[in-house]
Design a protein around this ligand. Sequence first.
Ligand SMILES: Cc1ncc(C[n+]2csc(CCOP(=O)(O)OP(=O)(O)O)c2C)c(N)n1
Ligand SMILES: [Mg+2]
Length: 412
Amino acid sequence: MPDRLTATEAPYTIGMPPFRPGDSPDFGGAFTEQPGDLSRPSVDCDAQDTAEHARGLIRVLGDDHVASGQWEPDIPEEELLLGLEHMVRLRTFDDRMMKMQRTGLLSFYMRSFGEEAIAVAQTMALEEHDWLFPSYRQPGAQFVRGRDMVSMICHCIGNLEDNVRGRQMPVHYTWREGRFISISSPVGTQFPQAVGVAMASAYRGLDEACITWLGDGTSAQGDFHYAVNFASTFKPPVILNVVNNQWAISTHANLATGGRTFAERGLAYDLPSFRVDGNDFLALYAVTKWARQRASAGLGPTFIEVYTYRAGAHSSSDDPSAYRPQDEHTCWPGGDPIDRLKQHLIGRGLWDEDQHSALIERLDAEVMAAYKEACTHGDLANGPYPPASTIFTEVYEEVPWHVQEQREELGK
Ligand SMILES: Cc1ncc(C[n+]2csc(CCOP(=O)(O)OP(=O)(O)O)c2C)c(N)n1
Ligand SMILES: [Mg+2]
């Protein structure tokens, strides 16, 4: 045996990204899977009845932007228009927050660029009292639940009006009233939390479901398997989403799958499992409704792979041109989620370009006004900042002696 195996001698394969900087990315132009390919099984089906759904791709919006197939959801027109508005709101908000980060008014930011449909459509498919256990890539759920935008910006700045007083990184929102559970920096913790709360809801006989999301990279964490094992064993009302956006910072999803889809892992745990086009608002809504109905019927969890593409950088600290072609996201066959819903609505005569421009203008003004108001409570460059004493307050009901000692040492 040589001291060290080279890549070709190694008795295992390592999944590689399809393209690297300098390559011309080509995903084949369009998805081969079409709306109508897959049936909508009854909500009391066996997990193994969804085997094809875990290997295929559930779509509703075709390449011509027309909705079709058994998964086409019954969704009121005004809900679709509201969904479009929330997605545009999120993109506008993200762009403003990035500008704030680049000009030193807040320290760090993460956009949902290209993934706006996910949290918006899926939260709209739930009940108001359901619990949300998101990752940092689903802040859009808060718009659906009506969170005040000024409060969100104050949190990102960490200023005097930040509802968590700077104890969380920007974008790691906490919002009790919206049942939006704190995002944690160590990725993956939300899966066991969601399963646990769903078990508690079932135990108490409440019709409350939990939904949670984590990424392709995060699904390699132990927390993922602990949670899915409990979900498989106790069958609580939980909707488990793996958002496969192709990238975990600079690591490609090919390194995390071993060749199968992420959705097929749900089958191994005996959970109904669906792979859904994550840039298709209608497909996301339909699959989440199915999962919610199954939860209400007392039949337990649903496992979903949301198949999408992270169009932007991982975060404000990342430069994707170091590991993938600059224009890769423009070649993604799933297209842009906002544009796809917009074209669908235009095709149905419910929307037009003028209305879309007016919407963008209105949301620009809304975000601008919120940004200005938030900055009156302090920004990173100019302060004022929350007092240092807030490090020690509002965390423990009874302050432990060593924390008290540190506080005295600091003289705060
Ligand atoms: C336990 C843990 N390990 C590593 C990190 C550093 N980290 C933050 S995000 C991230 C990538 C996550 O990728 P993915 O799960 O695909 O989610 P995405 O960012 O694509 O939405 C990593 C490695 C972390 N925050 N927590
Ligand atoms: Mg990812």
